[in-house]
Design a protein around this ligand. Sequence first.
Ligand code: ADP
Ligand code: MG
Length: 159
Amino acid sequence: MITVMSEEVISREFVTNSPIETEELAFLIAKNLNGGEVIELISDLGGGKTTFTRGLVKGVGSQDHVSSPTFTISNEYADGRLRVCHFDMYRLSDPGIMANELAEIISDQDTVTVVEWADSIAHVLPKHKTTVKISFVSESQRKITINYLKSTSYITEGI
Ligand code: ADP
Ligand code: MG
């Protein structure tokens, strides 16, 4: 008889009332990161994925301007305590070409990897990934649901 040991997934929910609050939440999360974390961002267009990433990048101490990687596929912010690599797989017709690069970046322990529209490369993402799902509540409010394994619960510690 094979016993599958699956680790418990923890879910925490936040409601933000402005883009600034979404940035602040991500900023606080960034303070808890050690490097090696993978954050999958899920929302509709205009949900707040770039806004969240902006807070995350500020939180690791980077002064860089954060923009959407929609056209560049990936953006890198390397002047903070940890490097943040932000991927957007939305426009990638052949996601396979990114899989190796992505896997290499994910394995770097001084890097936080953020991925939008990750479905096509889901197999490259580690089990210990954190999922941040942003949904519309109103024009200025978002519900932010964060799912993670117990072993990475430090990510929302103190928040
Ligand atoms: P995405 O990257 O998911 O397409 P963006 O972060 O680029 O989304 O855009 C989010 C938009 O929603 C911005 O125009 C932002 O000002 C607006 N917004 C309004 N309320 C919020 C909120 N609570 N959190 C995040 N963004 C918000
Ligand atoms: Mg965006």
